[in-house]
Design a protein around this ligand. Structure first.
Ligand code: NAD
Length: 285
């Protein structure tokens, strides 16, 4: 089984910065790549912010000085060749645009050594949509993290029919060694396991609200009490962010989704209420 010691993360936005920091926190040598110095400055600020969160929240396994030590394991570069030259694993977390991702894989296919495993963190694309651009379909798969990975600490690992099983196992091991619970997915599935469960729940809750069946509080209370879950669907909407919920609903041709998008826009988005991040959404924080 290939051994993973060095990680390179492409894209240092919301998820890329968390993936890089989490691995550095667990002792991996991490290189973070983004387009230019301006993006790298933002990445530095994100890493410092994450160090503060990990320290304050006493993330599992945190010892005195560990949050700062993680920063010393992180190297930043805007040079793609340098970024991937020594990587055992490259995790791609660039914007969710298929042509942008394909173009990046075409480039690193030539720049990275043959041993390097590539993994996409894409939420909506299948690894099959990208594998033919990697130059190494047997060394390519998806590893999908959830936002706020120090708390929602799962990593869904999903290969294509061409992924070498030893590569799959190595990435599962990497996930575990970087403090995450690996979720092994045996077949390609849009939405992985998490969103295959979560999206229908959230859609059903939106339907109940729009049809005037029950209030968000009542729907959430039902779900919490009857299943023992800590949060109901509208509490989850507030965590995900109503801007994201709006974008997803608005991009669906389905009439129910369009109605929910309009509801979110009129009652929340246009009033600057985006959920927990702005202090108000379905609930006030
Ligand atoms: P983001 O917009 O916050 O960050 C994207 C980063 O990529 C930016 O720093 C940008 O400068 C950089 N970038 C743009 N073009 C690039 C290029 N050609 N090469 C290298 N870097 C480039 O996006 P995000 O929310 O972190 O999402 C990234 C990926 O992670 C997407 O595929 C998304 O589906 C997935 N994801 C996101 C979430 C989430 O909650 N945000 C959760 C799970 C998975």
């Amino acid at each position: 089984m290939p051994e993973i010691k060095t990680l390179t993360v492409l894209g240092t936005g919301v998820l890329g910065s968390q993936i890089a920091y989490q691995a550095a926190f667990h002792g991996f040598a991490v290189t973070a790549y983004d387009l230019d110095d301006e993006a790298l400055e933002k990445a530095r600020a994100r890493f410092a912010h994450l160090a503060g969160i990990y320290r304050a929240q006493k993330v599992a396994g945190v010892e005195e000085g560990q949050a700062e030590a993680a920063l010393a394991n992180l190297r930043l570069t805007a040079d793609l060749g340098t970024a991937v030259a020594n990587a055992d694993l490259v995790i791609e977390a660039v914007p969710e645009r298929i042509e942008l991702k394909r173009d990046l894989y075409r480039k690193i296919a030539d720049l990275a050594p043959a041993k390097t495993i590539f993994a996409t963190n894409s939420s909506t694309l299948l690894p099959s949509d990208l594998k033919d651009f990697t130059g190494r379909p047997d060394h390519f798969l998806a590893i999908h993290y959830a936002n706020n990975i120090w708390v929602q600490n799962i990593a869904e690992v999903m290969g294509t029919a061409e992924t070498d099983p030893a590569v799959f196992d190595a990435v599962v091991d990497f996930a575990r060694n970087s403090g995450l619970e690996p979720i092994e997915i045996k077949k390609e599935k849009a939405g992985y396991v998490l969103n295959s469960l979560l999206v229908p729940l959230l859609n059903a809750a939106a339907g109940l609200l729009l049809q005037g069946i029950a209030s968000p509080e009542t729907i959430d209370k039902t779900w919490r009490i009857a299943t023992g879950a800590p949060s109901g669907p509208f509490q989850i909407y507030d965590v995900v962010g109503l801007g994201t919920a709006y974008n997803i609903a608005a991009s669906s041709p389905d009439a129910g989704s369009q109605a929910f998008a309009k509801y979110l826009k009129d009652n929340y988005i246009d009033k600057g209420k985006l959920g927990i991040s702005t202090g108000e959404g379905f609930y006030t924080y």
